[in-house]
Design a protein around this ligand. Structure first.
Ligand SMILES: Nc1nc2c(ncn2[C@@H]2O[C@H](COP(=O)(O)OP(=O)(O)OP(=O)(O)O)[C@@H](O)[C@H]2O)c(=O)[nH]1
Ligand SMILES: [Mg+2]
Length: 477
């Protein structure tokens, strides 16, 4: 009974981006071709899409680990790597997506509504795309980014027009089986229904869905029995049907008290007062049941309920019941504002490309921001040129300036990224403002003999640029 499949923890992993390729064009008689390394492909996303033909989260309960494919690496000859394939996971209408702390990330209503549960990593640029006037033949490429991965909780509040509520064994599942084509499990022991069944009923020109939910008992709103699990399903139904057992065997029970108990639980749960209600007196095929139904009908009608009699077993009163419900459903639909347009695409969070910040922490400085963090992930630290490219990008964004303002000095430790995912550097400023040259009190880096790496890099770039220029101006023909 613990496996109530309306809440599933899903582990999603998007595909990684493919690495960019560093390659140089080779052709007979043209020894110094340009860079021709292609870009890596994008990693596939993991996407949840509302599909009305899916009614349960059972599939995800059975296999909760889902991964999209990786992007392929770029290749020489300017060939880009293939993008990874998105993994599309169909979910029932009304699925709510939450994070592990219980915050609602998305409420998926309407066919085609889409939620990107994990975004694929960007492919890395190849050296052809990285070439510029100053960097004509980059000897490096950018790495593909890892795809996002994490856990999401899927929760299903059944979106049905009608919810059948009542004590265990009142005959809710039996009624749904004879009103619709649904074939729920039926037995005369309590809590036969553990998972809500959804049936489709056609009455004249009205087609509606009817949810059969697990039996309610006193204390359900406090979580007794299948209480809360069950009540969650009722929340989205527009019509409530009380199924009362007119032939219950227990002496301390009678349909009116049953009704009071259920109403008390619904009131405790809250938010259901505005739903129209209908009472069905079930099991009138049993003579005692029929007698009791006749006795209590006036009481119920005096309370304002529309009262119908039925027998799921002997097929009595079913047509009246399905048409009566169709009428109320049609009225409820007409009264309800139209559902928001479907095919909404919801992204986990807006990508904040705007900026970065520098935080002075104990003994080091931390740089946080979408761009610098991404750039670090894209860097192949085994390649000096790639590291130099990263330094240039950071300097251009103004990270060095901010570090200086925050009080960082040459040789200080700089950490880029959040605690669990960071890269540590010994900072060597490349900006020639002079400010960093002053260093700590008593030190003056202008007297230091070794050139900082950034300086070395600039020198090297300059040399190469000169070489490139020579090559450019050299016209053999
Ligand atoms: N005689 C008679 N028996 C019925 C009728 N409807 C249901 N039953 C019987 O009552 C028992 C319980 O029926 P279910 O449909 O499983 O009841 P339920 O309300 O879905 O029960 P839970 O899933 O436990 O909440 C079964 O043995 C049914 O055959 C009816 O109209 N007449
Ligand atoms: Mg049942």
């Amino acid at each position: 009974m613990t496996t109530f499949v309306d809440r599933v923890e899903l582990h999603v992993a998007a595909g990684n981006g493919g690495h960019g390729c560093a390659s140089v064009h080779r052709e007979k008689f043209k020894p110094l071709g340009g860079p021709d390394g292609g870009n890596g492909g994008r990693g596939g996303d993991v996407i949840l899409v509302v599909d009305q033909s899916v009614t349960t989260l059972l599939d995800y309960h059975h296999s909760p680990h889902r991964k999209a494919t990786n992007g392929k690496p770029g290749e020489g000859g300017n060939r880009s790597g293939k993008d990874g394939t998105d993994l599309v996971l169909p979910v029932p209408d009304g699925t709510v997506v939450l994070d592990k702390r219980g915050n609602v990330l998305a409420d998926l209503i309407g066919e085609g509504t889409t939620y990107i549960a994990a975004q694929g990593g960007r492919g890395g640029l190849g050296n052809a795309a990285l070439a510029s006037a100053r960097r004509k033949a980059p000897g490096f490429a950018l790495l593909g980014e890892p795809g996002h991965s994490g856990d999401v909780i899927l929760e299903l509040k059944t979106v049905a027009d009608v919810a059948l509520v009542g004590y265990p064994s009142a005959g809710k599942s039996s009624l749904i089986s004879v009103l619709s084509a649904a074939k729920p499990k039926i037995a005369d022991y309590p809590f036969t229904t553990l998972v809500p069944n959804l049936g489709v009923v056609t009455a004249g020109s009205t087609v509606y869905t009817i949810a059969d939910v697990p039996g309610l008992i006193p204390g359900a709103s406090q979580g007794k029995g299948l209480g809360l699990e069950f009540l969650r399903h009722v929340e989205r139904c527009s019509v409530l049907v009380h199924v009362l057992d007119t032939a219950a065997l227990e002496s301390e029970r009678d349909p009116l008290t049953d009704l009071d108990v259920i109403e008390a639980e619904l009131a405790q749960y809250g938010g259901l007062d505005d739903r129209p209600r209908v009472v069905v007196l079930n099991k009138v095929d049993i003579p005692d049941g029929k007698d009791l139904a006749d006795i209590i009908r006036p009481d119920l009608e005096a309370r304002g309920y529309q009262v119908l009699e039925a027998s799921a077993v002997a097929h009595l009163g079913l047509k009246e019941l399905s048409f009566a419900l169709a009428k109320i459903v049609a009225e409820a639909r007409a009264a309800k504002p139209k559902e928001e347009a479907t095919r909404i695409v919801i992204r986990p969070k807006a990508v904040d490309d705007a900026g970065f910040r520098v935080v002075a922490e104990e003994g080091f400085y931390r740089v946080l921001g979408e761009k610098p963090e991404r750039w670090v992930r894209q860097t192949d630290f085994a390649n000096d040129e790639a590291v130099g490219y990263l330094a240039d990008r950071l300097a251009r964004l103004g990270v060095e300036e901010e570090l200086m303002k925050a009080g960082a000095h040459s040789g200080d430790e700089v950490v880029i990224g959040p605690e669990d995912d960071a890269v540590v550097f010994d900072w060597e400023p490349s900006l020639a403002t002079g400010a960093e040259m002053l260093g700590r009190r008593g030190e003056d880096h202008r007297f230091d003999a070794p050139r900082p790496a950034a300086q070395r890099r600039r020198d090297r770039d300059a040399e190469r640029d000169e070489a490139d220029e020579e090559f450019d101006t050299f016209k053999p023909f």
